[in-house]
Design a protein around this ligand. Sequence first.
Ligand code: ZN
Length: 356
Amino acid sequence: MNTMTDTAAAAAAAGTVADANTAPDFRDELLAAGLLIDTGENGLYGRSQIFEDVLERLNVAITRLGADQQSEVLRFPPAMRRTDFEDSEYLKSFPNLAGTIHSFCGDDLGHRRLLRALDDALTDSDSDDERSDAWMAQQKPTRVVLTPAACYPIYPVMARRGALPAEGRTVDVLSYCFRHEPSLDPGRMQMFRQREYVRLGSAEQVMAFRQMWIDRGSLLVALLQLPVEIDLANDPFFGRGGKIVADSQRAQALKFELLIPIADPRGKTACLSFNYHMEHFGAIWKIVCADGAVAHTGCVGFGMERITLALFRHHGLDVNGWPDEVRALLWGDTEARVAQGLQSLQASAAHTGGGA
Ligand code: ZN
């Protein structure tokens, strides 16, 4: 079944051997249809107008889904202060995924060295993959790094505001995020968008928020007529110690994911995640509740490209051929349909004696 294309074979030969078993068929179809645009780099794509339209309308549906949350909308560029990133302990868990930003900070002499190294690289190499990166020896780290997850920039901002109000806070964020994991699987991009609702408050407030969003996230996926499967999950912690941390995260049921088949023949792809960080970020940035206790935090993350890809995977590459109900949800009466879905959620919760 895994017929490997030349592109895939070349990429596998170029070092992404772990990906040799992923079926590139769906990726090829997306590129051939022009929905994604190849840059020559695995996991880095352009998006077509149609792809962006679907993603934007999905984003609107998510806004409707959280319309009663009184959330504060905050948008940051896809970079954060390096010191905040260092404080976050991201490097302890995922050093291999982080992206740092470097820039030339030298003088005329350094500039000449850079140009000489670049000139040598351009004349000496036969292919892009073999090209020397010696010019980068002139680059120095800047004070900013790429955002690893959409919610990271908000914690230090919330901490600077002082104690949380009694009802806590809910923040709505959307950002491009970076993860260094080049892959042929279109569901595993290096730069992608995450929409998140983030909750800061007591343990009870955060747990209630997470359960509510597991229900609402499942509702959205059902309205999109995609197969819903919720599963206990763990983050891909790095190294030998990583397995212990991952096991502990599972044992405490801190992370759930909503899985949908996209392109990975080895399994389904996490399209939504529901995370409880306990006091992790609260303790790092000294975020406190109204009563002085360390704040708990949690977030629901929507993988915008992944859900968009799942729609193309399950309903076809031509949006005009998508099921009427799905088209009506995205291009029709989004607000009314989401409100109706939320009402039925409430009704079934009341019927079963209330949610968590
Ligand atoms: Zn988050």
